[in-house]
Design a protein around this ligand. Structure first.
Ligand code: HEM
Length: 456
């Protein structure tokens, strides 16, 4: 038997099983319906807990040090991600091993700080347009507004300039129906995808249309770059086309396309959900909202849009973003255990699935006291210094840590500041805000809010 993990010398234990499994379905309904609530109960059961998911031997890590260890030791996601290959192609999200490492190195320049400052221009512009489009008294479906803003912003940062605007608009129309169809596919057996059903045909047609749209702009950019190699569009596509590996080889058109789709899918849902939760939490925490507004009034004179250079002075805004990502982070990342793995003295058999769940850590009262309280001051520098590195992991860790983390933090802070400088969103009385699971994220199911002007 081969062992991976750190403490092989001591005797190993078996993991305790989480209570409350249903006959046949195990814990799956609790995961699927209320993952935040279920996961926040697991740290009391143990640092590594066995859960019953039909068909899989599954373990959940709840201890921040062990979360870190697992993220470093394991990077293969196994069969769950394979189901998304029809859309994600051969992008970083799907690649494994050496190919994954090569592609991660190649996409890294796309997220370098100097590039983020360029994308920030798109974030500011689209945030300002959105603020301009709202009217006092209007009732908004805030989750839809934020999803749309997030999609437009990632698409806008992929392709800037005149040439790109049309493609960004085209992708903006295609992606939502593709994602709806994809989320149905990942939860059903693979053979159904190959049947000539209307949903499958529509999915294939939409993916082909997306490929054609990005293919056309890739060809156009390549022609421009051939004529002028120093040309810089300042967008993600430009960086991908210029990326080279250690042998000087570039990405193929198909690989560039796949990475663009990976960025769109990776960025949109998570940013949209986080923006929506920010405005919900502000509405139910008036003191936090007042502190945020005071900061915005001091930094953004006359309610102007926030720019990249303002971020250094937007401390409350940044703490609000970190706290929202703590409370509402993705609930699940999955790792395949290729050979027997000893984690925190617990033996995890080869072939198991390990769920590394940020929320199990983020809502553990031993790590973040009173975890349901929305308290941005947790992220004051002296309080942050007391936390271990695995205590705040909305972007994961290790080889698969989200490459878009700085992009995301920048976008959310700029857009919260820009919208919040002009408007306050009020909750609608009598409409409870419920959580709904979409993939690895929890969104507000419905979030109608009324727009109130903060200045004439
Ligand atoms: C609030 C926003 C975001 C959150 C919470 C988030 C979260 C995550 C997490 C937890 C992972 C790791 C998954 C794993 O370990 O299996 C990940 C991976 C990834 N994210 Fe993000 N993400 C966000 C925004 C973005 C943005 C803006 C982009 C691109 C523009 C992006 C692109 C990706 C990609 C391509 C991967 C796959 C990385 C790999 O497998 O090597 N994400 N994200």
């Amino acid at each position: 038997m081969t062992l991976i993990g750190t403490d092989h010398s001591t005797s190993t234990r078996t993991a305790p099983t989480a209570p409350g499994a249903l006959p046949l379905l195990g814990h799956w309904p609790r995961f699927g319906r209320r993952p935040y609530r279920f996961l926040s109960t697991l740290s009391a059961v143990g640092p590594v807990v066995r859960v019953r998911i039909p068909g899989y031997d599954t373990y959940v890590v709840t201890d921040p040090e062990l979360v870190r260890e697992a993220f470093v030791a394991l990077s293969d996601q196994g069969m769950m991600i394979e189901r998304a290959e029809a859309l994600l192609g051969e992008g970083v999200t799907v690649l494994q091993g050496q190919r994954h490492r090569r592609e991660r190195r190649m996409i890294a320049p796309a997220f370098a700080k100097a590039r983020i400052a360029r994308y920030a221009e798109v974030m500011t512009r689209l945030g300002a347009q959105r603020a301009e489009s709202w009217r006092a008294g209007q009732v908004l479906a805030v989750n839809e507004q934020m999803h749309d803003l997030a999609l437009r912003t990632v698409a806008g940062a992929l392709f800037t300039g005149e040439l790109g605007a049309e493609t960004a608009e085209h992708i903006h129309r295609l992606l939502p129906p593709v994602m709806t169809l994809l989320s149905r596919r990942v939860t059903r057996p693979a053979w159904i995808d190959r049947l000539p059903l209307p949903g499958n045909r529509r999915f294939d047609a939409l993916v082909a249309e997306m490929k054609a749209a990005t293919g056309a702009i890739i060809t156009a950019y390549r022609a421009e770059l051939a004529a002028d190699p120093d040309l810089d569009h300042g967008d993600l596509l430009d960086t991908l086309l210029k990326a080279r590996d250690e042998n000087g080889d570039a990405l193929t058109d198909s690989q560039v396309h796949d990475e663009l789709i990976n960025f769109l899918v990776g960025g949109t849902e998570a940013i949209g959900a986080t923006l929506a939760w920010v405005f919900h939490e502000l509405a139910v925490n008036p003191e936090v909202e007042r502190a945020l507004h005071a900061e915005l009034d001091a930094v953004l004179e006359n309610g102007r849009a926030a720019e990249f250079t303002d971020l250094a002075r937007l401390d409350v805004t940044k703490r609000v973003v970190l706290e929202t990502l703590r409370k509402y982070s993705p609930w699940l990342t999955v790792r395949h255990v290729p050979e027997t793995y000893v984690l925190g003295g617990v033996e995890i058999p080869s072939g198991s699935m390990l769920f590394v769940c940020p929320v199990a850590v983020h809502r553990d009262p031993a790590i973040h006291p009173d975890p349901l309280r929305f308290d941005p001051d947790r992220w004051l520098p002296d309080r942050m210094a007391e936390l271990s590195r695995g205590a705040h992991i909305p972007f994961g860790m290790g080889a698969r840590q989200c490459p878009g983390n700085i992009f995301a933090l920048t976008e959310i802070a700029l857009q919260v500041a820009t919208l919040g400088a002009r408007w306050r969103l009020r909750p609608m009385p009598g409409i409870p805000v419920r959580e709904t699971v979409i993939g690895a994220l929890v969104h507000p199911q419905r979030l109608p809010m009324q727009v109130e002007a903060r200045r004439p």
